[in-house]
Ligand binder design. Structure first.
Ligand code: GN1
Ligand code: MG
Length: 357
C-alpha cells in the first residue's frame, strides 16, 4: 500500500503517529483486507470494492438503522462496525479508492470446523444475530447488492454469460455448465418458500470464516463482514453455514472425490439454530432450512461458474481456473447434499418434533 495513502488515512482517522506496519489479512474474495499496527494499536483496514458494492451508503444506512434496534449487551459477541473518520463517516474516499477502518478483534478464523461442537457454536451465533433483529422491520433494510440471493436472477445472469462467454469452453467447463443447467429444478422449491416465508434481517454471508472464534474455539468473539446484511430468508443464513461447515472439504479444495456431507456437523448446525430460534420462528421456516443448504450451495456454484465464463471479473482469484474449480467443488457438495436429502429431512423433522415435546 502506498505511503501517501497510509498518511492520508492516518490523518482521516487521527491515528497515533509512530511505526506503522501493514500486512494482507484474511481470505475474503471481495475487498482487500489488511492488518495495520500503529504503536500499540491494531486495526483492520479495507480497500473497499465499490465495483461489487455500488451503493456503500446503503451499507451505512442499514448499519445505522440496526444500531438503533438493539443493545450490544443482547449479543454475547461483538458486531464490529467501522470506526468513523473525522467527518463522522464509515467510509473515507481518497483518489486511490474507498477505505474503511475497523477495530482489530483478536481470535481465530477458520475456513472449516473440526468438530460438531464448533458447528453448533457457529450456528448459535448466526441464529442469535437473526433473533436479536426479529422485531426489526426487515423492509427498512436496503439491498446492498440487488438480487443477491435471488436464484431466478442468478440463473438469468448465468444464461447471459453463456451467450457471451469470455473464455474458451473446454470440456471441464461444458460439464459444469450441463451440471448447473440440470439443477434448475430447485427453482420450484425456491419459488414456493419465497412466497410463503417472511423476510427477516439476515446476514447473508454466513460462511464460517466470517466468525472470529476465541482462542479455544469454544466461543464466538465477533461476527464480521456486515456488508450484506439486508432482508432475506432464514434459510439463506442456515444454508451458507451448511455449505461451509457441514462438508468434508472447504470451498477452495480441489479434492473433488473427497467432498461429502458431514452429517455430524450438520446435526450440530441444526441443534445450534434450533436451540436459539426454534421457538421464535414459524414451523415452515424451520422446515425450509435443509433446502437452504442445497440452494446456497447451488447459488454459489452458479455464481463462481458465471464469473469464470465472464473472465473472472467479480471474485478475486489466484489462478485463472479457480472459479471453475470452485464451481466444481460446490457441484460435488450439492450432489452429496441431494443424495442425503432424505436423511437430512428426517434429522430436521426429528429435531423439530423435539421442540414441541
Ligand atoms: C464472498 O467477501 P467474502 O469472501 O466473505 C461473497 C459471498 C460468497 C463468498 C464465497 C459480496 O464473500 O456471497 O458466498 O464470497 N460476497 C459477495 O466464498 O459477493
Ligand atoms: Mg469474509
Amino acid at each position: 500500500m502506498k505511503e501517501s495513502v497510509l498518511d492520508a488515512l492516518a490523518k482521516a482517522y487521527e491515528l497515533k503517529t509512530g511505526q506503522i506496519s501493514v500486512n494482507r489479512f484474511g481470505s475474503g474474495h471481495i475487498h482487500k483486507t489488511y492488518r495495520v499496527d500503529v504503536a500499540a494499536n491494531a486495526y483492520i483496514l479495507q480497500e473497499f470494492n465499490d465495483a461489487v458494492f455500488t451503493h456503500p451508503e446503503r451499507i451505512s444506512g442499514n448499519l445505522e438503522y440496526l444500531t438503533g434496534q438493539f443493545d450490544p449487551g443482547d449479543l454475547p459477541f461483538a458486531l464490529p462496525l467501522p470506526i468513523t473518520n473525522t467527518e463522522g463517516a464509515f467510509f473515507t474516499r481518497l483518489d486511490e479508492g474507498l477505505y474503511r477502518l475497523f477495530p482489530f478483534v483478536g481470535g481465530v478464523t477458520q475456513d472449516a470446523v473440526s468438530q460438531k461442537e464448533q458447528a453448533k457454536i457457529a450456528a448459535e451465533a448466526f441464529a442469535r444475530f437473526i433473533q436479536v433483529f426479529l422485531h426489526a422491520d426487515a423492509e427498512k433494510m436496503e439491498d446492498t447488492i440487488a438480487h443477491f440471493h435471488d436464484l431466478e436472477i442468478r440463473y438469468q445472469q448465468f444464461d447471459a454469460a453463456l451467450k457471451n462467454p469470455q473464455v474458451q469452453k473446454d470440456s471441464d467447463t461444458e460439464k459444469m455448465i450441463d451440471y448447473y443447467l440440470g439443477r434448475k429444478d430447485l427453482l420450484e422449491t425456491y419459488g414456493h418458500f419465497r412466497k410463503q416465508l417472511p423476510l427477516r434481517v439476515t446476514h447473508n454471508d454466513t460462511k464460517i470464516n466470517n466468525l472470529i472464534f476465541g482462542e479455544n474455539l469454544d466461543q464466538v468473539n465477533a461476527l464480521i463482514d456486515l456488508d450484506t446484511i439486508m432482508a432475506g430468508f432464514v434459510f439463506y443464513d442456515f444454508g451458507d453455514l451448511v455449505r461451509t461447515v457441514a462438508c468434508t472439504r472447504d470451498e477452495s479444495s480441489i479434492e473433488w472425490d473427497q467432498i461429502q456431507v458431514d452429517m455430524e456437523k450438520y446435526e450440530g448446525l441444526l441443534e445450534g439454530f434450533y436451540s436459539i430460534l426454534g421457538r421464535n420462528i414459524q414451523g415452515e421456516e424451520l422446515e425450509s432450512l435443509p433446502f437452504g443448504g442445497e440452494m446456497m450451495t447451488l447459488i454459489m456454484g452458479l455464481r463462481f461458474l458465471t464469473d469464470h465464463l465472464n473472465g473472472n471479473i467479480y471474485y478475486q482469484v489466484d489462478y485463472s481456473e479457480q472459479n471453475l474449480h470452485r464451481a466444481k467443488n460446490q457441484a460435488a457438495l450439492l450432489t452429496a447434499l441431494i443424495e442425503k436429502r432424505q436423511a437430512i429431512n428426517e434429522l430436521e423433522g426429528k429435531l423439530r418434533k423435539a421442540l414441541t415435546q
